[in-house]
Design a protein around this ligand. Structure first.
Ligand SMILES: Cc1cc2nc3c(=O)[nH]c(=O)nc-3n(C[C@H](O)[C@H](O)[C@H](O)COP(=O)(O)O)c2cc1C
Length: 170
């Protein structure tokens, strides 16, 4: 798949076959994440991979909009590390870039993903830290990515809006 097709046809997938991704696929996705750009090249991220069905079910209890992690079979909790960069704006942007790399790499490999936001809900974030055994307060879970073999192929919407492009001035 060429890169423009990959970007344009990627969709959030909420239906999965139940077949868990392979170790090779998982490692490729995490490698893609770690090649994302980051402010001052700090690479301030950690990835907690959850595949235990009981823990996946627990995630859905903590965060009601993550139901797809159970059939997906894999959840990647993407964390920013404030001991590496204490600028929260950088951490959120750096981890977002890493997340998008995972989504696109997965789609290119025929896998499905869904990015589920977490950081702005303090209670959910604390509960995810407890579930993952994160005790270091510098480690900030930003988002949860469901990854699995897709059982859905949503249509590609038309999102190109020329009126949103401003040339030389607003
Ligand atoms: C920061 C962020 C948080 C999101 N949180 C959720 C979520 O909690 N649950 C969910 O099902 N989708 C979530 N999404 C996915 C969006 O709903 C989805 O990207 C959007 O509807 C556009 O669809 P597309 O990804 O298929 O292009 C989130 C996306 C982003 C970028």
């Amino acid at each position: 798949m060429n890169i423009m097709d990959c970007i344009i046809t990627r969709r959030s997938i909420r239906k999965y076959t139940g077949q868990v991704i392979t170790e090779e696929q998982l490692e490729a996705l995490l490698k893609a994440a770690m090649y994302a750009p980051s402010a001052m090249k700090r690479l301030p991220w950690h990835f907690v991979v959850i595949q235990d069905p009981e823990k996946l079910a627990k995630i859905t209890e903590i965060h009601p909009y993550t139901k797809m992690v159970v059939p997906a079979g894999t959840a990647i909790v993407v964390c920013g590390d404030a001991s590496i960069n204490d600028n929260i704006t950088h951490l959120t942007q750096d981890t977002a870039a890493a997340i998008q790399n995972i989504l696109l790499a997965a789609h290119g490999m025929g896998l499905g993903t869904c990015w589920c936001g977490l950081y702005d809900n303090v209670e959910r974030r604390a509960a995810i830290c407890e579930l993952c055994g994160i005790e270091d307060e510098n480690i900030l879970p930003m988002s949860i990515i469901a990854v699995g073999n897709p059982d859905d192929a949503p249509e590609t919407p038309d999102r190109f809006k020329p009126e949103r492009i401003h040339r030389e001035k607003w």
